[in-house]
Design a protein around this ligand. Structure first.
Ligand code: ANZ
Ligand code: ZN
Length: 807
C-alpha cells in the first residue's frame, strides 16, 4: 500500500508526543471514590480479547470511545476510562497446544502487543487500573463471586442437556453452534446429558425484564428488543391432564402442559412431550420403550434451533399411553415429538392442529385427527370459534386442573467448561461430605501448570488429567477429596470486571462499596452488538445479585449504551478466506494514526456499519495540514488589536463550538468532524481575506479548532496547540466557553399589521418560530387596544418579517 501524501505528523513526532503523555500521565484517576465535586463520569469500553494485535474493529471502537472520554475531560469532568483484558478463553488454549507452551505465554505476548498498539493509537485510557482476567489476583474474586452465588442458592449442580463438541470435548452455548457444527472446530455437535454447574439467572428473569424500563431511550432499541426476546416471557396457563388410570411406576398422576392459548383446549387431539425428557420415559408404555430409545438417539444429533424451526419435517413416536381431557374426559394419546423442547415450559404441549401450524403438520404426518370427535371443524381457511380464554381458565381452576403461569425462553446459565484456560470452580468433592466449597481464605484455587500436550490428556478434561492437583483434603472433614475439574465460562469473568476497575489492587475485597457507589453506574458503555444477549444480560444479572447482597447501591450496571457498527470491507465481514482483511498496523504506518482515526469517524454515524472500501485515510491529510498551517500562521505571538471584521469571525467560532457541543452530546461524531472542517476553512478565510492572522478573533478560532481536533486526532491537535504557543499538552486544555450573545441569531425587524395596516414593529431573532412571533405581536399595546379585549378572528404569521392580525 502506498500513500500519495505523507502524514502531516511524522512517526517521530508521534513518538515524541507519546513520551510527553507518558510523563504527564493526564488520564490516571487516583483510586478511591471520585473527588468531591468532581462531576464524575465513568466511561467503559468492552475490554479486548487478546488474540493477536488490535484489528480494525478495535480501531473503530477506540476512536469513538476516546472522543467521548476526551470531550468529557475537556469539559471538566473527572473521567474514569479504564482498560484491561478478557484474557481467559479457548483460542489461547488451542494455541498453547499447537505451540507446546503454556496458554499464558500466548496470552501475555498478545496483551503486550495490544497495549503497545493502544499507546500508539493514543487512546486516553487509565492504564493504572489495568486488569487481566487470567491473573490469579483477578480470578480469585471471580471464584469468590461463584461462592457468593452458591451461598445465595444461585449456583447449583444439575443434569442438563447440552450441546457437546466431541472434538474440543466441551459444552457449547447455542450460539456457538452454527448449522449443527461447532463454531470453532467445525465438528458435528451432539446433544448430551451432563451434570454441570448452573447459575440461576432465571430467578431474576422478571427483574431483568422489568428494569429495562430504566434503560429505555438510553440503550439502543434493538438491544432492548433482543434482550426482551432472549428472556422471552410468556403469560399462559399450566394445564394438568390426568392419567388414564393404568398407573405406571414413576409416572405421577398428571401430565402437565404449558400453553399460551387455553381457549384452544377443546381442540386438543394429542399431547406431545420432549423425547429426551424424564416425562417421556415416565409416560412410555413398556412395549414402546425401544422405539423411544431409538428415537432419542436420532434426536440427539439435532440442535434445538433445528428442532424448533418452522417448516421442519415432523417426527415423533407414540408412547402407547393416554391421558384424559380435563373438560370432556375423552382419552388423548401421548407422543414424543422433537419439536417439543425439554427446557421450555413443562417440556410438554397440548396438540391443537386446528390452532397451531406445527401441531397441524405433526398431526398430518402421524395420521392423527385434526379435530376431536364431536367438534365442528374450522370454516375453510380459518380457525374454529374458540371460547373466551378467561372463561376456560376459570373452568380449569374450578376443576383444579390448571392455573395461570409464566414461562421464559431464558434458561439457567450453564457455567461449567471442561477446559483448562479459565477460572477453576472453587469446589471440592468429598466421598463423605459431598460437594464442599473451598473456604474463602484459600482462594484463589490456582490452575496447575500445564502446557502443550498436557492440556489434552487421553479421554478426560485437562484438569481431570492433572492428577496431583486434583487431590486435596476435604475442607469439611479433612479426608481425601478431589477438586472440581471444570473451569468457569469466560462470561463469568466479564460479568463483573467493571467493578474491579474501581478498586484495583485491593486484596481484602473484590471492590470497595464506597468506590462502587461513587462511580457506578457506568455513564456510557461502548461496544459491539454481538454482546446484546449474553454479556450484557450476565453483567446486569450479576450487578443485581451483588446489589441484593449489599455490595453496591446500583441496580443496573450501564446507564447508557452505544453500539458501534461493524467494520466490513467491500460489503462483507473481513475474513481470511475472503482475503478482504485490512491490517490496522499497516494502515497506521502508511497514513499515520490521526488520519486513520479521522477517516473512521468521518465515514458515517458511529452506529452504522463501516465499509473500509469507502474509507480514505489519505483524504484526511489535506485537512490535517490545513489545520496545522492555520495554527502555525497564527503563531505563538501575542495578538494585535481587534479589527472591525473580527466580530463575524468570533460569531463563527462561538456558533461552531455551540453546535459541536450539542452534536457531541448526541454522539454525532461524523457531523462534528464535518463542522471542524468548516471551522478550519473559516479560519483560512479569516487569515486570507478577513482580519488576518494577528487578530485575537482568529487566534480564538484556531484554539477552538485545536481543542476540537484533540477529540479525534490527538497528535495533530498537540502540534497545533504547541504552534499556538501552549504548553505542555492540549490534554490539559478546557473546552471553549460559548458566549451566548455571539451565538444568538441575528435580530431582524418584524412588521405587525392590524387588518393590513402597519401598527407596530418588533425586534426578533432571525430564526424566530411562528408561535413566538404571534405571541409577541399580540402583546403589543397598540394591537391590544385595537382588539379591545376580544379574540382576533385570524392571525396570519410569516416569520420572521410579518404578522397580520384580523380582529
Ligand atoms: C396449545 C396451543 C394452541 C399453542 C395454539 C399455540 C397455539 P410462546 O408464545 O413461545 O410461549 N409450547 C409450549 N411448551 C413448548 C415446548 N416445550 N416446546 C415447544 N413448544 C411449546 O409459545 C407457547 C406455545 O408454544 C404453547 O401454546 C405451546 O403450544 C407451545 F393454537 O399450546 B400452545
Ligand atoms: Zn469431607
Amino acid at each position: 500500500m502506498t500513500s500519495l501524501t505523507t502524514p502531516p505528523v511524522s512517526h517521530e513526532r508521534e513518538e515524541h508526543w507519546q513520551r510527553v503523555w507518558d510523563a504527564l500521565d493526564p488520564y490516571t484517576v487516583p483510586t478511591g471514590p471520585p473527588d468531591p465535586g468532581a462531576r464524575p463520569r465513568y466511561l467503559l469500553t468492552m475490554f479486548p480479547y487478546p488474540s493477536g494485535d488490535l484489528h480494525m474493529g478495535h480501531a473503530e471502537v477506540f476512536a469513538i470511545e476516546d472522543a467521548i472520554a476526551r470531550y468529557w475531560r475537556l469539559q471538566g469532568h473527572q473521567v474514569l476510562n479504564p482498560i484491561g483484558w478478557d484474557s481467559f478463553g479457548l483460542p489461547a488454549e488451542n494455541a498453547a497446544i499447537r505451540r507446546g507452551e503454556h496458554p499464558a505465554t500466548y496470552t501475555e505476548e498478545n496483551i503486550a502487543t495490544q497495549a503497545a498498539s493502544i499507546r500508539r493509537y493514543a487512546v486516553s485510557f487509565d492504564f493504572s487500573r489495568r486488569l487481566h482476567t487470567h491473573d490469579p489476583e483477578y480470578y480469585r474474586w471471580t471464584q469468590w463471586l461463584f461462592l457468593q452465588l452458591r451461598a445465595r442458592g444461585l449456583a447449583y449442580r444439575g443434569a442438563g442437556w447440552v450441546n457437546w463438541c466431541p472434538q474440543d470435548a466441551t459444552v457449547l452455548a447455542n450460539e456457538q453452534v452454527v448449522a449443527g457444527r461447532c463454531e470453532r472446530c467445525g465438528s458435528a455437535v451432539v446433544r448430551r446429558e451432563l451434570t454441570q454447574w448452573l447459575v440461576g439467572i432465571t430467578q431474576y428473569a422478571d427483574r431483568l425484564l422489568d428494569d429495562m424500563a430504566e434503560l429505555e431511550g438510553r440503550w439502543p432499541d434493538r438491544i432492548l428488543t433482543m434482550q426482551r426476546n432472549w428472556i422471552g416471557r410468556s403469560e399462559g396457563v399450566q394445564i394438568r391432564f390426568a392419567g388414564d388410570g393404568g398407573a405406571r411406576p414413576g409416572q405421577g398422576s398428571h401430565l402437565e402442559v404449558f400453553t399460551t392459548r387455553p381457549e384452544t383446549l377443546a381442540g386438543v387431539t394429542f399431547l406431545a412431550v420432549a423425547p429426551e425428557s424424564e416425562t417421556a420415559w415416565a409416560w412410555c408404555a413398556p412395549e414402546a420403550r425401544s422405539a423411544l430409545t431409538t428415537y432419542r438417539e436420532q434426536v440427539a444429533t439435532r440442535t434445538e434451533i433445528e428442532r424448533s424451526a418452522v417448516g421442519q419435517e415432523k417426527s415423533g413416536v407414540p408412547l402407547g399411553t393416554s391421558v384424559r381431557h380435563p373438560l370432556t374426559g375423552e382419552l388423548v394419546p401421548v407422543w414424543a415429538a422433537d419439536y417439543v423442547l425439554a427446557g421450555y415450559g413443562t417440556g410438554a404441549v397440548m396438540g391443537v392442529p386446528a390452532g397451531d401450524d406445527r401441531d397441524a403438520a405433526f398431526a398430518a404426518a402421524m395420521g392423527l385427527p385434526s379435530v376431536p370427535r364431536g367438534m365442528a371443524g374450522p370454516a375453510a381457511g380459518g380457525e374454529p370459534d374458540w371460547p373466551d380464554p378467561g372463561s376456560v381458565v376459570e373452568q380449569l381452576e374450578e376443576a383444579g386442573a390448571g392455573e395461570r403461569a409464566r414461562s421464559y425462553r431464558l434458561r439457567d446459565w450453564l457455567v461449567s467448561r471442561q477446559r483448562y484456560w479459565g477460572a477453576p470452580i472453587p469446589m471440592v468433592h468429598c466421598r463423605d461430605c459431598g460437594v464442599v466449597p473451598v473456604p474463602e481464605a484459600e482462594l484463589p484455587v490456582q490452575l496447575p501448570d500445564l502446557r502443550g500436550e498436557e492440556l489434552v490428556p487421553e479421554g478426560v478434561s485437562p484438569l481431570a488429567g492433572a492428577t496431583e492437583w486434583l487431590q486435596v483434603d476435604c475442607p469439611a472433614c479433612g479426608g481425601p477429596a478431589q477438586r472440581d475439574t471444570d473451569t468457569m465460562d469466560t462470561f463469568v469473568d466479564s460479568s463483573w470486571y467493571f467493578l474491579r476497575y474501581l478498586s484495583p489492587g485491593r486484596t481484602d475485597v473484590p471492590f470497595d462499596h464506597a468506590d462502587a457507589d461513587g462511580w457506578m453506574p457506568v455513564d456510557a458503555y461502548v461496544g459491539g452488538v454481538e454482546h446484546a444477549n449474553l454479556h450484557l444480560l450476565y453483567a446486569r444479572f450479576i450487578t443485581k445479585v451483588l446489589h441484593d447482597a449489599g455490595w453496591l447501591a446500583a441496580n443496573e450496571p450501564f446507564a447508557s449504551l452505544l453500539n458501534q457498527g461493524q467494520v466490513i470491507n467491500r460489503g462483507a465481514a473481513m475474513s481470511k478466506s475472503l482475503g478482504n482483511g485490512v491490517d490496522l498496523a499497516e494502515q497506521l504506518d502508511t497514513f499515520g494514526v490521526d488520519a486513520v482515526r479521522l477517516a473512521i469517524l468521518f465515514s458515517g454515524p458511529p452506529a452504522d456499519d463501516l465499509d473500509w472500501a469507502d474509507v480514505r485515510p489519505e483524504a484526511m491529510h489535506r485537512f490535517q495540514a490545513r489545520a496545522l498551517r492555520l495554527a502555525q500562521e497564527v503563531g505563538p505571538a501575542g495578538a494585535a488589536g481587534a479589527s472591525a471584521e473580527a466580530a463575524e469571525v468570533r460569531r463563527t467560532t462561538h456558533r461552531a463550538v455551540a453546535e459541536i457541543t450539542d452534536l457531541m452530546d448526541a454522539r454525532r461524531l461524523n457531523v462534528v468532524v464535518a463542522r471542524l472542517m468548516e471551522l478550519v476553512s473559516a479560519g483560512r478565510k479569516a487569515i486570507d481575506s478577513g482580519p488576518g492572522a494577528g487578530d485575537p478573533a482568529v487566534r480564538e478560532l484556531a484554539e477552538a479548532a485545536a481543542v476540537t481536533m484533540s477529540l479525534f486526532a490527538p497528535y495533530t491537535a498537540e502540534e497545533m496547540w504547541a504552534a499556538l504557543g501552549h504548553q505542555p499538552s492540549v490534554a490539559q486544555a478546557r473546552w471553549p466557553e460559548v458566549d451566548p450573545a455571539l451565538v444568538a441569531a441575528d435580530q431582524v425587524e418584524a412588521v405587525v399589521q392590524v387588518n393590513g395596516k402597519v401598527r407596530g414593529h418588533l425586534q426578533v431573532p432571525a430564526d424566530v418560530d411562528a408561535e413566538e412571533l404571534r405571541r409577541c405581536a399580540l402583546q403589543l399595546e397598540k394591537v391590544q387596544q385595537l382588539l379591545a379585549g376580544g379574540e382576533p378572528r385570524r392571525v396570519i404569521v410569516r416569520p420572521p418579517h410579518l404578522v397580520n392580525v384580523v380582529p
